[in-house]
Design a protein around this ligand. Sequence first.
Ligand SMILES: [Zn+2]
Length: 151
Amino acid sequence: MTTDRARHDDLRWLALACDLARACPPSDTAFSVGAVVVDAEGRELARGHSRETDEKVHAEESALAKLAGRDLTGATVYSSLEPCARRLSRPEPCARLILRRGVRRVVFAWREPVLFVEGDGVETLEEAGVEVVELPELADRAREPNAHLIN
Ligand SMILES: [Zn+2]
């Protein structure tokens, strides 16, 4: 059961993740994504966006890299796009990275369209027992910086 308060907070953090995607250097071959990691008390731990630190880095990966060594069991990862489960550029997709870091809750806006790789990040996370929340009311906001890829 998600309370109204929790839902309000989820929408607020996810909207921030969607807005962070606008900071991504443009690409014709990869999505622009934003991510925020928030602790159980509702405090921001880290944020990231696609291609933030190098041309291959993903948003969730970039945010989690800033939290090396931190216990993330109570944390939520907010990502504008469904975390990837397969990936062309690096061996560890974000869904696996999220699992390995012990994160138990993920909130996202836009389900990955089959464009570059098959997207089944939600299934990968749910099969491992992670609570996954999709807030499609923010999907348009998540798609906007990617309009050139999907139109
Ligand atoms: Zn990824």
